[in-house]
Design a protein around this ligand. Structure first.
Ligand code: NAP
Ligand code: MG
Length: 487
């Protein structure tokens, strides 16, 4: 009789799939980009930017002082009349050129974005860089059609704009800001975040390569001090993306000056799952909503609201899915969750999570081997969360989701709107009329239906309440960069 051999256990481990670092060559040191040239900071200060996944230094980057910021603003001021006077079609051609160059250098940009910020290469390759190019393409097309965006009224560029962006989507946020500003005929000074300056500096190289007239785009790297100097300088409009605390400070500084201001600030967005939703899809959307970019996403679905009848089942499936997330080397194409952007952000996440446990919520973090160097936090969910707990109220800006339940659509709306923020929301249901009713009742700038974290250059993005004001993207994204007159 034939003997039965036990079937060998199948191994389904992923082989490493690292993107090659060699496809991006970084310089040892980067200068400021002012008036079309790279120039050293006047006081010579430089600071290393590091790779948060390994803590290794990547390049030393110039730190702009107040004098450097003033020089960049003066260059933008000088360039403004000629740029504004250029035929709109010609301005559009420059934007098309920048978009094409971003595409040409996309692999290099994706690697640099991942090295400098810690996000998975799959995301920088498939989301950040293509979307940055798409914003330039989209606004290139708008440059000679501004009349349609303002409904036939008269319009003029604002002049010089000061733009401050955060570290979570460095190149993409720069594109959101620069593309509409330039299309409208403004000149700009951009201040990238201290921990992620490199992709903005590569963009400055692209601006040079595209032969943009000197002074139309200037990049001043540095810390919050450079940002503060820029928003208080002689600019005509400030566009800021970052924390609500700094946004409020900027609003106070600009009050009464007559300068334009748009603020894209924090969020604590509700992702609402109804019992009639396709639950497996909803689970994918919850994962996408909170673990995309390590949860360093202003519109992250960090408050999960589950209808009571399916709550247990959704949590069961969500946990099973979470345990399959691959956390680790951001340059590996199989990685789902990369490194936390900085030691400071890791501290903030850790302390809020500890506070959640102290307040009595039940913490579940997936067990996964985390690298020994670098900054890491395991995907985490909180159950038994009371609506007043700090983890349910404050933005954690990390891979942490809190779960609460509701019974009726009205209760879901009430809970979702019970927030100082109002940036985004997600609604999961198979019932179309319920989805539209909710979209109308939710006080959130963006409401996604049966999806989450989907971005498109033709759609407006922005917040209510403490999430800020003004819109970016689409034709509405042009308005903050124009003085609009009467018919
Ligand atoms: P942050 O401290 O406000 O920093 C944002 C930017 O402002 C950085 O470039 C920063 O420079 C600069 N900055 C710091 N202090 C400043 C000051 N006093 N005046 C002018 N500029 C100053 O925010 P973060 O912690 O880096 O970023 C995370 C926050 O941004 C989260 O709250 C998130 O929700 C929000 N965010 C919102 C959106 C949106 O579209 N609504 C998008 C992304 C992020 P340094 O980095 O050099 O300090
Ligand atoms: Mg860095």
């Amino acid at each position: 009789m034939a003997t039965v051999t036990p079937r060998a256990a199948l191994q389904w481990d992923y082989a490493p799939a690292p993107e090659s670092r060699d496809a991006a060559s970084l310089r040892e040191s980067y200068d400021l980009f002012i008036n079309g040239a790279f120039v050293a900071p006047t006081d010579g200060t430089r600071v290393q930017t590091i790779n948060p996944a390994t803590e290794e230094p990547l390049a030393s980057v110039a730190f702009a002082g107040a004098g450097d910021v003033a020089a960049a603003v003066a260059a933008a001021r000088d360039a403004a009349p000629r740029w504004a006077a250029l035929p709109a079609l010609e301005r559009g051609k420059y934007l098309f050129r920048i978009a094409r160059l971003i595409q040409e250098r996309s692999r290099e940009l994706a690697i640099v974005e991942t090295l400098d910020g810690g996000k998975p290469i799959r995301e920088s390759r498939d989301v950040d860089i293509p979307l940055a190019a798409a914003h330039f393409f989209s606004y290139a097309g708008w440059a000679d059609k501004l009349g349609y965006a303002v409904g036939g009224r008269s319009f003029a560029p604002r002049g010089v704009v000061g733009q401050v962006v955060p570290w979570n989507f460095p190149l993409l946020m720069a594109a959101w800001k620069l593309a509409p500003a330039l299309a409208c005929g403004n000149t700009a000074v951009l201040k990238p975040a201290e921990t992620t300056p490199l992709s903005a500096l590569l963009l400055a190289e692209i601006v040079q390569e595209a032969d943009l007239p000197p002074g139309v785009v200037n990049v001043v790297t540095g810390d919050g001090g450079a940002g503060a100097a820029l928003v208080r300088s002689d600019v005509d409009k400030v566009a800021f993306t970052g924390s609500t605390a700094v946004g409020k400070e900027i609003q106070r500084a600009l009050a009464g000056t007559g300068r334009g201001l748009t603020l894209e600030l924090g969020g604590k967005s509700a992702n609402i799952v109804f019992e009639d939703a396709a639950l497996d899809q909803a689970v994918e959307g919850i994962i996408e909503g909170i673990f995309f970019n390590q949860g360093h996403v202003c519109c992250a679905g960090s408050r999960l609201l589950l209808q009571e009848s399916v709550a247990e089942e959704v949590v069961r499936r969500l946990w099973a899915r979470m345990e399959r997330l691959r956390v680790g080397d951001p340059l590996d194409k199989n990685t789902d969750v990369g490194a936390i952007n900085s030691a400071a952000q890791l501290d903030r996440i850790s302390s809020l999570v500890a506070e959640g446990e102290r307040e009595g919520a039940t913490r579940r973090s997936i067990s996964c081997a985390l690298p020994e160097t670098g900054y890491w936090f395991p995907p985490t969910l909180f159950l038994d969360v009371a609506p007043a707990n700090r983890i349910a109220v404050e933005e954690i800006f990390g891979p942490v989701v809190s779960v609460t339940t509701f019974r009726t659509p009205a209760e879901a709306v009430e809970r979702a709107n019970n927030s100082a923020y109002g940036l985004a929301a997600g609604v999961w249901t198979d019932n179309g009329s319920k989805a539209f009713q909710l979209a109308g009742a939710l006080r959130a700038g963006v409401v996604w239906q049966n999806t989450y974290n989907k971005f498109d250059p033709t759609a407006a993005f922005g917040g209510y309440k403490e999430s800020g004001f003004g819109r970016e993207g689409g034709p509405s994204g042009l308005l903050p960069y124009l003085e609009v007159g009467s018919a």
